[in-house]
Design a binder for this molecule. Structure first.
Ligand code: HPA
Ligand code: ZN
Length: 340
């Protein structure tokens, strides 16, 4: 890097977040606060002891804690506070556009109505739009450890709120739950006008990425790390410029990679893959957008051009209009031209 310190450089980049589970932005402090007002006793007696539990050997160990944490969310205000806290944080990091996942089934299966969940999230997103100028899309994720029938029920519950939802995704335990399990519900979701994305190739094999593309017809792959084991797949991703929304601190925390120095993003950029960087579950993995950019750029010694490419790719991969994308990309380029 040249004269501008890396953290300063990263802070100034106008950024977009395309891979963020709102339940994964639940900071321990807010979790304790909401638990208290909802008269729920957490299994941990302090914020410190909760944080100590945040060491994971794989995706499932994380998911077990993540679903437990989400159980304190009961009321519309809780979902609002959760979302607002996230948006306030990323606004301070110069994130200007977000495409946020929520997991309706994590809540509806506990008896919290779909309406309660989505209204709280939606109101916070709208407030951030008017107060911070952050634009947004909302993505409803189906939990892949549950049945396709359960996903169909969620699709039906979403009907009254279709105007607020831009797309559907697929998350939770990947291994043993291939994309093809959700073929019919993705087809039905597309018919309702939802855009389609899916987590694939985080822990699961490259075959799951093929399935997400060919069976589910997704427009973007969440994670996709494992694509590098399959040359034909890489060729396809490059040719069709199918975005991969990578989450570096998540990959280290869940042991998808051993250390940040082994993150595949630089290799992916070299091959011409439309790779982007995001935070996944920042409250659990130790970093929001800036930290993900910082740690990746630092460990891989990325050049200014590579960092700029990642920021540009984020906007390219988003669901903004072509004009909106162009306007953001122009600002990214102007920013990089202004720093030394
Ligand atoms: N992978 C799968 N499901 C998830 C994740 C993830 O990284 N985060 C929240 N749900
Ligand atoms: Zn994710």
């Amino acid at each position: 890097m040249n004269n501008t310190p890396l953290r300063t450089l990263v802070q100034g980049i106008p950024k977009t977040e395309l891979h963020l589970h709102i339940e994964g932005s639940f900071e321990p402090e807010l979790m304790f606060e909401i638990a208290k007002r909802n008269n729920i006793t957490l299994a941990y007696d302090s914020i410190e002891s909760l944080k100590k539990a945040y060491t994971f050997n794989n995706l499932q160990e994380f998911l077990d804690i993540y679903y437990t944490g989400a159980q304190v969310l009961l009321h519309e205000q809780d979902f609002y506070d959760l979302t607002w806290a996230y948006l306030t944080t990323v606004h301070s990091e110069n994130v200007v556009h977000v495409e946020v996942f929520f997991d309706p089934q994590t809540h509806t299966d506990r008896g919290v109505p779909f309406k309660t969940v989505i209204t709280g999230i939606y109101n916070a997103l709208e407030k951030a739009k008017s107060e911070y100028g952050i634009t947004y899309k909302l993505i409803m994720s189906y939990l892949r450890h549950l049945s396709e029938e359960a996903a169909f029920k969620t699709l039906e519950e979403s009907q009254p709120y279709k105007a607020w939802i831009d797309g559907v995704g697929l998350d939770s335990s990947e291994q043993g739950n291939p994309p093809s399990k959700f073929k019919n519900v993705f087809e039905a979701s597309a018919k309702e006008g939802y855009k389609l994305v899916a987590h694939a190739g985080e822990e699961g094999p490259a075959d799951y990425i093929w399935e997400a593309l060919d069976v589910l017809n997704v427009v973007r792959i969440d994670h996709g790390n494992r694509c590098l084991s399959d040359d034909a797949l890489v060729e396809r991703l490059v040719k069709e410029q199918i975005p991969l929304t990578l989450c570096p601190t998540s990959n280290v925390a869940l042991k998808v990679i051993d250390k940040m120095e082994e993150h595949p993003v630089a290799q992916m950029l070299d091959k011409g893959i439309l790779a982007t960087i995001h935070s996944d579950d920042p409250a659990y993995f130790g970093g929001y957008m800036n930290e993900n950019y910082y740690q990746t750029a630092s460990a891989l010694n990325l050049s200014k051009e590579q960092i700029m490419q990642l920021a540009i790719n984020g906007f390219k991969a988003s669901w903004l209009t072509e004009d909106e994308k162009e306007a953001h990309i122009t600002k990214v380029k102007a920013y990089f031209a202004s720093i030394d």
